[in-house]
Every structure is written in C-alpha cells, then in structure tokens.
Design a protein around this ligand. Structure first.
Ligand SMILES: O=C(O)[C@H](O)[C@@H](O)[C@H](O)[C@H](O)CO
Length: 491
C-alpha cells in the first residue's frame, strides 16, 4: 500500500520503427499518461542493407527520456529499464567515436561472409545462434572488408550499450541477454566465446563488459544530470533483447507458453529455465538472463509487410481494411505469398530469399493480396512452431503480443487456425516489450517476481476452427512447394 502517489518505473523500448517510453507502477502495470514516442526507422536499401541511424536513435531516446522526465512530475522514479532491437552492431573508432553504418539484425549484406569463419561444429551449441547475417561474426567481417581503407574500429557494441556509455561514461557494458543475440557469447560460460573471437581476431577488451541485466548504471554524467535531475542518481538497467522482454511482458514465461509476436517483425519464443538448452534445428536460443534461455525463431517480416502493402497498394487505413479482410474466406483468393522481403531468417537462414506473390489473375484485388501476405506470414510462423513445439512437454499455448497482431482480429483468428491451437490475448496486451523490461527491472529491485504467473484473467481466446485449419494446411503445403520450386531457379 502506498499512501502518497505510487513510485514508478520507466521503460524505454528501442524498436525497428520508433522509440517508445512508458511508466509502470511497482506491480508492473502500465500507468497511462506518462509516455513519450519518437520516430526512428530502419533504413532498407536494395543491396540488403538495413541500417540504424545512430544520431536518430540518440535524438529519439533522449527525447523520450525528456518527455518521461517532464511527465513523471513529482512522483518518485525507481529506475529506468530498457529493451532494444537485437542484434544491432555499432563500430567504435578512436576515442570510442561511433562509426557509420550501424547494422541491424535485418541487414543481409554480410551474406558474402557466411561460411568464412573457421569450421566449428559446436559453435551453434555454444552461442545459440546459427551462422547468419543477423549476427556479429558475419557482420564484423563484412564491415571490415567494406571499410578496408579506413582505420579499423577499436571496439564494437550494441546500440543500447552505446547510449548508456554516453549517459554514464565507460567502460562499455552489455547484458547477457543482448550479448546472446550477437552470436559471440558462449552461453554455457557466460563469457565472450574464445573460438569466435579468435576467428575474428578480436580480444574481449574490444567488446563490452558482460553483466546481468539486473546490475544497473547509477550516476549520470554532469551534462545529463543537469538535463534530467530526477534521474541523476537512480538505476538505469542494461537493455534486454526485445524478444526476451516481450515474453516476460506478455506473461508467456511458463511451460508450453509461447509468445507469438507480430510487431514490425514477427517471432515465436518460449522461456526455458536453463541457461543453455539444446538449439532445435532451424531455431535459436538466446538469453533472458544468465539463468533463463529464450528458444524460438523470428522472421524479418510482420507489421512492416502489412504497412508496405498498405502504402504500395494505397489500401487506406487499417480500421477500414479489417472488415474487408474479414469478409474474405480462408485462402479463398488462391494466391501464394512468400513473405521473405527481408531474406529468410528462421528456419531457412537464406539471405538471398526474396518475396514472391504467385497466382495473380485479373480478378485479384489488392485486399486479397494483403490477406494472402498475412496468411503467408502465418505459414512461415507455423514452420517455426513445428520445430519449437517438438521441444515442449505440454501442448502449446500462444500468447499474442505486438501492435500489428493486436490491431487485427483477422490475423489473430487466422493464426489460431493455421497453428491449430488457441491464441490468447491477455488483458494487458499493449507494449509487451516495455512492460517486460519494466518487470525485469522491478525484479532486480526485489519488488516482484517477473516470471510469476499472472493472476489477471485472460480476456480473449481465439480458438482454432477445424474446417479452416484444413484449408490453410493445404495452402501452407502450396507455399512449401513454391519455395522448393523457386530454390531450383538459377541465380
Ligand atoms: O525475438 C525476436 O523478436 C527476434 O529474435 C528479434 O531479432 C527481433 O526480430 C528484432 O529485435 C526486431 O524487433
């Protein structure tokens, strides 16, 4: 019981399209009205580039903290939690100066570097990550090859680590969670992986120090202490990966509970109370903390594909579209949409994969194309689900998160049909990643157990419909056959 206004915890989420900040009470529940948002979007280029503009992120995050500082008024602020896209790679030059470009998980330009590391069959089991363009080993090699004429970077870090270094000074520090998304962390020993660093010619001193997300920075540098006096001496917690935060924030932390997220990108993941569970074929295993793993798979497409089609086909607002999408029968259009516009992450890991829309007729409508894209994403998520569910001891329960999914009854319903299992929307669905980071920070402050099952009722359950499941099953097979046929094409 608090007699004065309750203290609050602030949480900042660095996403693929914007930076958002929210306030939560000491029980981890959202407090309306104290929030901040600033746009900052990944920049895609035709060669597979997906860069993050660091000055844009710095401006956005500092601006969101300005808003949270002003709006929290006289209330006590317990701390600042952070969650971020993962992975991100910042190269640092002399004096710790960040060098462009900053690469994101979606950047596939390092495709030429895949297979270039020394052969090492145990690497996936040690790091939890496959050899792919989303991870630092390929990205660091690509970065060096491309900038060969410039002085080499002296150190590397994630975007959130660079921000915290600006606010607090060095040394650079990262959480086990963010580090586990880089492909360079040995998740068994919780140290940077020796063979991976040797293969890259790096020493651990060129990477951030590793710490648990519960070990905060305290004591802002004078210029930031003047800007945010209320934050000058409060804990700022190292960022956790947004996937890990989404599970904690949507309450998907128990056995068989799978966070099904469609934000800008999409993913499904489950929390395992072990540091280094086996990595299922085609998937990855990251860390929520040094004690808990996050096993799952991710696609680079989700709400970003929906948005791209709405813009490209001038489809109008999301709200107007939903009834038109809902009026279409499952797979009634006969189209096959392979949604790999950003290459294929899980389960194929093919950076050269592209999007395909097959089966067009003069009668095809733009709304049908969008519905086919949403179904196409669902089939690819089902390819991840098959692999993930084979590791579970119980039947899966999908817990929805992500703005794109929660804004669409159609997507929620068709995912339940395609996955053949209930999809649950909790009564605290919004901003799961920010909420998860806040709950982990409250856990670090000993104020709650971030993994405790929620006692709040489940508001909506989307049950699978057997007739629709059958129709979608056939359409999913058609998508598989099309992918196989396309993979035989030269080039
Ligand atoms: O678990 C996840 O959600 C993924 O693994 C991440 O790589 C995200 O796709 C990325 O951080 C963008 O939000």
């Amino acid at each position: 019981m608090y007699l004065r206004p309750e203290p609050l915890i602030l949480s900042v989420d660095i996403g693929s399209s914007s930076v958002k900040g929210f306030a939560f009470d000491p029980y981890g529940e959202a407090l309306g009205g104290i929030e901040g948002r600033a746009p900052c979007t990944l920049q895609y280029s035709p060669d597979g580039g997906a860069e993050v503009d660091l000055p844009c992120i710095v401006r956005a995050v500092d601006g969101v903290l300005d808003a949270l500082h002003a709006r929290s008024g006289g209330r006590e602020v317990l701390g600042v939690a952070m969650t971020s896209i993962a992975s991100s790679l910042v190269a640092l030059g002399e004096g710790g100066r960040p060098l462009a470009p900053v690469l994101s998980y979606a950047d596939t330009r390092s495709r030429t570097q895949l297979g270039a590391m020394p052969a090492d069959v145990a690497r996936v089991e040690r790091t939890g990550c496959p050899d792919y363009t989303a991870y630092w080993p390929a990205q660091i090699r690509w970065w060096r090859a491309r900038q060969a004429a410039s002085p080499p970077p002296t150190a590397w870090c994630s975007v959130a680590d660079a921000l915290q270094e600006r606010w607090f000074g060095g040394p650079l520090r990262t959480s086990y969670s963010l580090a586990s998304w880089t492909g360079c962390l040995n998740r068994q020993t919780l140290a940077w992986d020796g063979p991976v660093l040797d293969g890259l010619g790096l020493s651990p001193s060129q990477l951030p120090e590793l710490a648990e997300h519960s070990a905060p920075h305290v004591g802002l540098r004078p210029e930031y202490a003047r800007r945010w006096p209320k934050f000058a001496r409060i804990p700022f917690f190292p960022a956790v990966g947004d996937g890990a935060a989404a599970n904690v924030g949507s309450g998907a932390t128990g056995p068989g509970q799978i966070a099904l997220t469609v934000g800008s990108t999409s993913a499904m993941r489950t929390v395992v109370p072990l540091r280094a569970p086996a990595v299922p074929p085609g998937l990855w295993a990251y860390l929520v903390s040094g004690e808990r793993a996050l096993v799952g798979g991710a696609l680079t497409e989700g709400g970003n594909l929906h948005q791209w089609l709405r813009d490209s086909l001038q489809l109008g607002s999301w709200t107007d579209l939903e009834p038109r999408l809902a009026a279409l029968a499952p797979d009634g259009h006969g189209l096959t949409f392979i949604p790999s516009l950003g290459g294929a992450r899980s389960p194929d890991y093919n950076p050269d994969a592209t999007g395909t829309l097959h089966g067009l007729k003069f009668s095809t409508t733009p709304t049908e194309m969008l519905r086919a894209a949403m179904e196409g994403v669902a089939y690819r998520l089902a390819d991840i689900a098959v692999r993930l569910n084979s590791t579970l001891d119980t039947s899966p329960l999908y817990v929805a998160s992500g703005k794109a999914l929660l804004s669409s009854d159609v997507w929620l319903g068709l995912l339940a049909d395609v996955l053949g299992a209930p999809v649950v929307v909790t009564d605290f669905p919004d901003e799961a990643s920010a909420r998860g980071a806040a709950r982990l920070a409250l856990g670090a402050l000993d104020l709650l157990d971030p993994y405790a099952p929620s006692r709040r009722p489940r508001s909506t359950v989307y049950e699978p419909r057997p007739e629709a499941r059958e129709v979608y099953g056939a359409a999913r097979e058609r998508q598989q056959r099309l992918m196989t046929a396309l993979s035989a094409l030269p080039g």
